[in-house]
Ligand binder design. Structure first.
Ligand code: 5GP
Ligand code: MG
Length: 192
């Protein structure tokens, strides 16, 4: 059997912004805060595909209240690193969230347009409550007036990959979050 090399997957990173250990510690804290918030209520966790998959998988297994899991896909227009207009919701919910407590789980809050659209979309379904939890928040980049109820880390204005976040669908499998070396940003862009 091949021996896994723990440094292999991060070799394309210029810099690690959030380590695997920091993520795991913070995810536990978020799970504790959420368990405090929801008590014994039944909560529909809505994970925003594909970026929030890894975060949702880790968070969900630590939550101490009854959960249902559903997923939404929101696609923004524009280039790879920058979202331009309001995103389109391309994959509707499978479950009915009317009268239910809904917790949106997303990877990163940047301009805020994605979360704003999702809040509007889910709000129309008349949930009992609607809150959001994002792993990363790039506060300085906000274009619309949106804040998340639960935030893992505030990070500076930089394009990050790892722990579910991609560049041209790659690097989602990195266990940490970091900034790609310039050369890999270019080669990935050419492939696209
Ligand atoms: P917003 O609508 O808030 O501008 O953007 C949110 C979405 O843009 C995120 O769900 C994510 O898909 C993408 N995004 C924003 N910033 C980054 C980043 O630094 N890295 C990656 N990989 N995706 C990002
Ligand atoms: Mg996303």
């Amino acid at each position: 059997m091949k021996t896994l090399n723990p440094t292999y997957r991060r070799k394309d990173l210029e810099k690690i912004l959030v380590s695997e250990d920091s993520i795991s510690k913070r995810v536990r804290e978020l799970a504790a805060d959420l368990s405090d918030e929801y008590g014994s209520n039944d909560v529909t966790v809505v994970s925003i595909l594909s970026g929030a998959m890894v975060f949702t998988a880790d968070l969900l297994r630590l939550l101490e209240f009854p959960t249902r899991l559903d997923c939404l896909r929101a696609e923004s227009y524009g280039n790879l690193a920058e979202s331009s207009g309001p995103p389109k919701i391309t994959n509707p919910l499978k479950t009915d969230v009317a009268g239910r407590h809904v917790l949106i789980v997303d990877d990163i809050l940047d301009s805020g347009r994605t979360l704003k659209s999702i809040l509007e979309y889910l709000g129309q379904a008349k949930p009992a409550s609607l809150k959001s939890c994002v792993l990363l928040d790039k506060k300085d980049r906000r274009k619309v007036d949106i804040t998340a109820d639960f935030v893992g880390f505030e990070i500076p204005d930089a394009f990050v990959v790892g722990y579910g976040l991609d560049f041209a669908e790659r690097y989602r499998n990195l266990p940490c979050i970091g900034i790609l070396k310039q050369e890999f940003q270019e080669s990935a862009a050419h492939e696209h």
